[in-house]
Design a protein around this ligand. Structure first.
Ligand code: FNR
Length: 181
């Protein structure tokens, strides 16, 4: 397909709501988009000593980002910020200095949380990081998803209560990626 999107899910949990949200969003995307969830659970803890000898998992992550036309971050909020595993992935793929894989890739930021504010603070922190990394992020619509009963239907699709909202979000996201392609 024409637009390959790298999906970065900020949770390693097997039954992650955010992974399910990512899977549900993919089904709302236009035909000319394809999506790949990037593995971040096998990355080493970032260590600047390794900058000139990056682990195979880091090289793979950077290759997959480079091959994409856009990024989709779907993350929970941990202690009012982004999970460490996500920051670790961002740090790993941002180095060595001058060889960041992230720069210029258009991104969407979204997340689901069992808390009432639906990852609002984590998303703001993530936007700060991405601004520094020269990643243009979709500003509107914002999407703070409350992970509650009915968010997904029995087939794992986005449930009726959130479907129209998330379809509109995906439409804007797709337009954002195309605008920067
Ligand atoms: C949480 N959770 C949470 N929720 C929230 O809305 N704000 C927060 O700051 C936190 N902090 C937090 C810290 C840690 C270490 C954990 C494990 C959890 C709850 C969180 O929303 C819930 O566990 C989600 O289910 C996590 O997303 P996944 O794994 O289902 O995608």
């Amino acid at each position: 397909s024409q637009y390959q999107i790298a999906v970065i899910v900020g949770s390693l949990r097997r039954e992650s709501f955010n992974r399910k949200l990512a899977d549900g969003l993919v089904k709302l995307a236009p035909q000319d988009f394809s999506f790949k969830q990037l593995e971040i659970g096998d990355l080493p803890l970032y260590n600047q000593d390794d900058d000139n000898n990056q682990a195979p998992a880091v090289q793979r992550l950077k290759r997959e980002i480079a091959a994409s036309q856009g990024l989709l971050f779907v993350t929970p909020e941990y202690n009012r910020s982004i999970p460490g595993v996500l920051k670790n992935a961002i740090d790993n793929a941002s180095r060595p200095y001058g060889q960041s894989a992230w720069a210029g890739k258009p991104a969407g930021v979204i997340g689901a949380s069992v808390g009432a504010i639906g990852t609002a603070m984590a998303q703001q922190h993530l936007r700060n990081i991405l601004a520094y990394l020269d990643v243009p992020t979709l500003g509107q619509p914002e999407a703070f998803i409350h992970a509650k009963e009915g968010l997904f239907d029995e087939r794992g699709d986005i449930g009726a209560a959130s479907k129209d909202f998330l379809q509109a979000w995906m439409d804007q996201y797709a337009a954002w990626v195309k605008k920067h392609a």
